[in-house]
Design a protein. Structure first.
Length: 86
């Protein structure tokens, strides 16, 4: 299995792997402009959002946990199954 994937130099989707490319996780990388939003849905799986550069605000809701919001730290946000964030 070849795990080397080249990034796209421009556009919103930097790296997106085909479903099933990795056995236990999926991976995608996005480039966002200031003020741009990226809706996220964890569905059946957990989701981890990692900020590589810049600033971000994360708002969302997880079943049984209520609403959540981050504007500074952490640089990674864990979303449990069936949660949504933007």
């Amino acid at each position: 299995m070849n795990l080397l994937t080249k990034s796209k130099p421009q556009g919103r989707d930097i790296v997106t792997l085909a479903p099933g490319s990795l056995e236990y996780v999926n991976f995608a990388a996005y480039r966002l402009e200031g003020g741009e939003r990226l809706p996220l849905a964890a569905e059946e799986n957990e989701l981890c959002v990692v900020l590589l550069a810049g600033h971000a605000s994360v708002n969302g809701e997880a079943p049984g946990q209520g609403a959540f919001s981050w504007e500074k730290s952490p640089l990674a946000v864990y979303l449990p199954p069936h949660s949504q964030a933007e």
